[in-house]
Each structure stands twice: as C-alpha cells, then as structure tokens.
Design a binder for this molecule. Structure first.
Ligand SMILES: [Zn+2]
Length: 295
C-alpha cells in the first residue's frame, strides 16, 4: 500500500474513534448541532465547519491526552526531530539559520511593533527561534513539549526552554510582554484554553504574535486547503474564526495580516495600519493584544 507507519497508525486511530462513536462536536465550542460537511478525505475522515463558531476541523478528531502522547512519541523519534549535527550547528551559529529555521523576516515584523522585552516562544522546537530572538534583543524563553528538543536547545544553544505544560501553566500572570508562536496554534487541541493561558501570561497591553497556515488565503482557496487540513493539522482556524475566538478568551484587540513579511508589511505595522494588511498570502499573521492596565 505504501503507507508509512505513522500514517497507518493515524488511520487506525481515526477508524477506532468512528467505530466507538466519538461525538461529532466542534472542538472549540462543543456545538453538536449545525456542522457543515466541507468534504471527505480517505473516505472515513470528514472535514467539517461549525456553523456556530466557524472553526473548520476534521472528524474524527484526537483526544487531548492522545494528542500529547502522540507528540512525545513522534517528536522523540530521532529521524523526525532532525536535530542538527555538530558541524551543521556550528555553521548555523556562524552563518545564520537556513530556510524554515530563519526567523529574521518574522522577527523584523515583530520589531516593527516591539523592540524588546520578555518574550515566550511557544512551541519552540530545539530553540533556534529562541536563540534568534535573544540575538535580536529580546529576553527570550522557549516552551517545547518534546523533551529531547528542549534539552538540545538548553545544552547546545544556551537558551532557556520550559519542557512541561504544567511548568508553563504555573508561571506567574504577566510573565511576558510578547508571546511568539510559529506554526503551533493549528496543532493545539483546545484553543480556548490555550488563548486564556496566553492572555494570563501576558502583561496588560501584551502582544500575541503568531503565525499559522492561512487556511482561507489564496492558495488555500485554490485547493491547498485540502493538503493542509488532516493528519498534521486537526483544526484549520481562519482569521474569521480567530477574530471572535481571541476576544472570547482574554484578548481585547485582534488584527490579521499574511506573508510575505516584507517591507510593505513592516511599513503598515509601524504605521499601525492594521486594516490595510494583506490577508491572502500563504501564512496568516495573528496579532492580538490584552487590555491595557486601568489608569
Ligand atoms: Zn464551534
């Protein structure tokens, strides 16, 4: 059949959920009533949109505990963690991080809004983003649930990385000025709970700066959506959905832009022209602020 072991295990879990009659409910608002079928994948997987909150998601979904176990299992496997070897790491540190690991343009966009402060890189993998944020002048801490990746970052990049959900949840309110997150939110099983955690960890007037696939952008509408939702992305939060969800869970203002992170975006961010940001690119930029402290 040519199915990878991971894909086979995924289909078996999905099939088991269907046979066990997992409730067909929205993973965000728990609505079981109006759910619109957008399409199917591999016969047994339905892609649905909740009529109440607008979240697009796959059914069957995965239970929260199952999701956490799966992340440890998958990302602990050495062939998937893809930690750099000694010579690669030395090259990255002297010449800069390559390709998807290069956050210069993203950090440039962030610096158009904040030039420094305490920042949490939520879902930081082996810490290459934490390193770059520190180099750009932020007091950066990472959070990563894969312990081998977290350990690698701490030991080899000399950055601070928290490696348990319990520890990050136990941090004091207002611990950060910014929460940065690159391609993580679309993997979170309980968005409402995560947004409340982010809002609590941010200081008043703090900024969530997050990037996810743009599930309603041009490429998604032209068909890429169907390869983006599924095994790796159980949910497809659009800016239309997020604009409401963030305000329901601790944030006061939300704006959205999209890639590329170029001069045009930076100029609009610097000028506070958030309504003029393009929203059709492949990656969605989420900007959300907590309420300012009462004077
Ligand atoms: Zn819903």
């Amino acid at each position: 059949m040519g199915l990878s072991a991971a894909k086979r295990d995924y289909l078996i879990r999905i099939l088991r959920h269907r046979l066990c009659g997992q409730a067909r409910a929205c993973p965000y608002c728990r609505n079981t009533g109006g759910l619109t079928l957008l399409g199917r994948k591999k016969l047994i997987i339905e892609i649905l949109r909740c009529d109440r909150c607008g979240l697009m998601f796959r059914y069957p979904t995965e239970e929260v505990a199952e999701n956490e176990a799966r992340y440890q299992e998958i990302y602990d496997a050495p062939e998937v963690t893809r930690l750099p070897d000694d010579s690669e790491l030395a090259r990255y540190l002297s010449e800069g991080f390559p390709g998807n690991l290069d956050f210069r343009a993203r950090i440039g966009a962030l610096r158009a809004l904040r030039s420094g402060g305490r920042i949490l890189d939520y879902g930081c993998s082996w810490g290459y983003g934490v390193r770059q944020l520190c180099d750009a002048g932020f007091a950066a801490t990472g959070f990563e649930i894969s312990r081998p990746r977290a350990r690698f970052g701490a030991e080899r990049l000399g950055v601070r990385i928290i490696d348990s959900e319990l520890a990050v949840s136990a941090l004091a309110a207002g611990s950060f000025d910014v929460i940065f997150s690159n391609h993580v939110i679309e993997h979170l099983p309980d968005l409402g709970k995560s947004f409340e955690l982010f809002a609590r960890l941010l200081t008043p007037g703090g900024l969530l700066f997050a990037i996810i696939p743009n599930f309603t952008g041009r490429a998604a509408r032209e068909g890429r959506f169907w390869s983006w939702i599924g095994q790796d992305h159980p949910i497809a939060p659009s800016h239309q959905f997020l604009g409401r969800a963030l305000l329901e869970h601790g944030f006061e203002v939300a704006h959205f832009g999209s890639s590329p992170f170029d001069h045009s975006m930076l100029a609009k961010l610097r000028a506070g022209q958030f309504d003029r940001l393009d929203r059709d690119g492949d990656e969605l930029l989420i900007l959300a602020w907590t309420a300012q402290a009462a004077i």
